[in-house]
Design a protein around this ligand. Sequence first.
Ligand code: PMP
Length: 421
Amino acid sequence: MTVTLAPPAPTPRIAAATDPLAVLGVPGEVNLDYAASAPCARAAADAVAELLPWYASVHRGAGALSRRCTLAYERARQTVGDFLGARPGDHVIFTRNTTDALNLLARALPAGTTVVTFAGEHHANLLPWPRGSVRLPVPAGPAEAVRALEAALTGLRRGADASTPVLVAVTGASNVTGERWPVAELTRVARRYDARVVLDAAQLAPHVPVDATALDVDYLAVSGHKLYAPFGAGVLLGRADWLDAAPPYLAGGGATGHVGSAPHEVRWVSGPARHEGGTPNLLGAVALAAVCQALADTDRDALHAHEQRLLARLRTGLAALPEAVELRTFGPDAPRVGIVSFVLAGRDSAEVAARLARDHRIGLRDGLFCAHPLARRLLAEAAGRSGRGDLPPTALRASIGLGSTSQEVDLLLTALGTLRW
Ligand code: PMP
């Protein structure tokens, strides 16, 4: 049998051994696509490497290896819960990613729950919700978002089913524009109408501290691969009552307390295990916890300040390019994380992205970013604002984070300024 080998990979850049938040990468490859999947932090890689010799079952074995793995998994749960501000009694459930976490919550909603969300959400926070959910239009600014939610909740509570559960589902930061949503204000409104809140923190948590208690949100979802821990774990954190009353998300081993001989004779456990059927993703959980701990131990204000400087450099540089038009929902000065979407007038975004990759070894994202209603609307708004009739139908997105440098930003700006067709 002939085996075709792939060309030798470039030597990976191994981050400084002492910095747990240094990220792994490949020399010469400019990664400006953190919002899709961030690179792996040293802390995550080290935690996995350290545990691998011990790798064995979780919750299922009496041997030393298995007991150690069970302990590591449950410690990871504690660390991640602490990092995300879990309240006593909250469940911290390991999932595959944010999509999985929000789908889990959608399946756990009490019958008749109305979910209120905005059309500016990622598909993961638009599509799982039940029929009858309310989708509010993309607001022009944070204050309008708060007013729109208040109006929607007033209407719902005035209706015939004034006592039915209501869940407000909102993102912390947009994956298209990086703009931060007014989570604390939206939550205050929700509370007044006895509604619960789930925060899609997939794009917020990698950039700023996110604390469920401080924000007073009931549920929170994140993805490990966006948090520098690309080993396949995500998290749903939140109030226990709905989760313990719901059917298990995955029926199978680990979620059961007792299974009788008759079909359907089963007692499901409560707690996180109820929704973690099957063998859990130990390495994913441990990697995510290691990054959470490293972030908790670091000066996040300093990281944030550095990222904001790079972001300003990127946005200023884009503004200076005659064909570049930025996408935005809330206005140029709205607070945002390290994400910028833009188009080059007269240029196909997929072609620009391919040229950047091929000629400059710069990786960024093109398309509608799994937020089609929002991206289409922002493209139309950008066309109106810029007065250009030749904007492409899809956009480009550059995103940064730990390990990003001003040189990388400048390489992108130079490359965009010198693209020849
Ligand atoms: N929400 C937001 C805001 C996102 O950016 C993403 C990923 N792009 C998701 C949810 C879904 O995350 P995942 O693909 O990890 O499930």
